[in-house]
Design a protein around this ligand. Structure first.
Ligand SMILES: CC(C)(COP(=O)(O)OP(=O)(O)OC[C@H]1O[C@@H](n2cnc3c(N)ncnc32)[C@H](O)[C@@H]1OP(=O)(O)O)[C@@H](O)C(=O)NCCC(=O)NCCS
Length: 391
């Protein structure tokens, strides 16, 4: 049975920065409140659509994997802010990057979407149905916000991240130092010859997804929702849909869901907390991340946090964080990484992933977004006018 390994990674964040000070000019908030209550200092506002952000992130991930778009069999696009409902954002990305041999679809599990996509891709590859899968997490949540509402507008931002997962046969790749890299130019790490996989025995060093858990509780859907955005919507309704949230309840559930599901997948992988090198959690609030790490008794140095720069980009937070963790040298050959997320639905997910031996990209893409000089506040002008406040 082939194993599924991440061989490419990339991100795309739009250039316009919306600072906490900018937000002070449009709603009753302060840099001090946002910083101390959430850990967010700034977020990005996109001048293009989700499929545009995704196409650039995807091209960068493909270059890092040393692949062409035509090499991809499947695109899983995790988003809750697609350009349109039909066609899916996944198929729009397929067209934009020229992945002519790929099937493409959207997956909506809100902020847990990327991990739902990662697990789906892993299973597709393990069963032999697919060889190379592109998983994208991307959002333009600024579209669904009322920027005059301080309860939600300070939390979210726009961005995209992508990974390429490839089937790796048990005998492909060679241990570092053997002088015989595998076809992908990446050895399988020091324990490549050991048996193992999902549910592998403790001590197995085989890279790939070692265990995952996906969960949902639809009875708590109203805690975080955007009413009126589907067939329930009234076309004569004049109120623009926007994100509604019960912040404190979501906070409490998030800490329990991320902490407990992380603990369960670590155990399911046959590992203990001592084996974890890095937790890459969904970036929704630094206090949620800290509380999750405390619940797991992890040292803060074992937790990756970049929320200050981007806020909550929903399905995009984990692939963006993974890309930056690699760029910053926070992931070593053979590192054991725990991913954890929660989001609207209510949904949650956790996964244990053991990295292979290559932590640097094979190539670099020259893909860029169309240039824009617009400031974040200029981009938000229609939103503020819609919600009754011009700038
Ligand atoms: C939203 C959240 C940051 C609010 O933080 P909190 O510490 O729970 O704050 P509270 O809601 O208790 O509000 C405290 C006070 O700050 C005020 N306040 C709320 N938002 C504010 C803002 N942006 N700026 C200034 N004051 C604000 C409240 O009105 C309240 O004032 P009061 O004491 O006079 O009534 C926090 O609950 C949270 O992060 N929840 C999870 C949200 C989330 O992760 N959503 C995405 C899921 S994927």
């Amino acid at each position: 049975m082939p194993n599924a390994m991440i061989t490419g990674w990339g991100k795309c964040v739009p250039p316009a920065v919306l600072t906490n000070s900018d937000l002070e000019t449009v709603t009753d908030t302060s840099d001090d409140w946002i910083t101390t209550r959430t850990g967010i200092k700034e977020r990005r506002i996109s001048h293009v659509e989700v499929s545009d952000l995704s196409a650039v992130a995807a091209r960068r991930a493909l270059a890092a994997a040393g692949l062409e778009p035509t090499d991809i069999d499947l695109i899983i696009m995790a988003t809750c802010s697609p350009d349109r409902l039909i066609p899916s954002a996944g198929t729009m990305v397929q067209a934009k990057i020229g992945a002519t041999n790929a099937a493409a679809m959207d997956l909506n599990a809100a902020c847990s979407g990327f991990l739902f996509g990662l697990a789906t891709a892993d299973q597709m590859i393990r069963t032999g149905s697919m060889r190379r899968v592109l998983v994208i997490g991307a959002e333009k949540l600024s579209y669904w916000l009322d920027f005059t509402n301080r309860a939600t507008s300070v939390l979210f931002g726009d961005g995209a991240g992508a990974v390429v997962l490839e089937a790796v046969e048990e005998d492909v790749g060679a241990p570092p130092g053997s002088g015989e890299p595998g076809r992908l130019g990446m050895g399988l790490g020091p324990h490549a010859r050991e048996e193992g996989g999902v549910g592998a025995p403790p001590g197995s060093g085989k890279p790939g997804l070692l265990a995952f858990e996906l969960g949902s509780d639809g009875t708590a859907g109203n805690l975080l929702c955007v009413p009126g955005t589907g067939t329930e919507g009234n076309p004569l309704e004049t109120v623009a849909p926007s994100i509604l949230m019960e912040g404190q309840d979501v906070f409490r559930r998030a800490v329990v869901a991320m902490g407990d599901s992380s603990a369960r997948v670590i155990e399911k992988a046959g590992l203990t907390l001592e084996d974890v090198d890095l937790l890459i959690p969904h970036q929704a609030n630094v206090r949620i991340i800290d509380a999750t790490a405390r619940r797991l008794a992890l040292d803060p140095a074992q937790v990756y946090v970049n929320i200050a720069s981007y806020g909550n980009t929903s399905a995009a937070t984990i692939p963006i964080a993974l890309t930056e963790a690699l760029e910053e040298g926070r992931i070593q050959p053979g590192s054991t990484i725990v991913f954890a997320a929660f989001g609207g639905g209510f949904t949650w997910a956790a996964a244990v992933y053991r990295w292979g031996s290559r932590t640097t990209p094979l190539g670099v893409s020259d893909a860029e977004l169309p240039p824009s000089d617009a400031t974040a506040l200029e981009l938000l002008r229609p939103n503020l006018e819609l919600h009754g406040r011009g700038v």
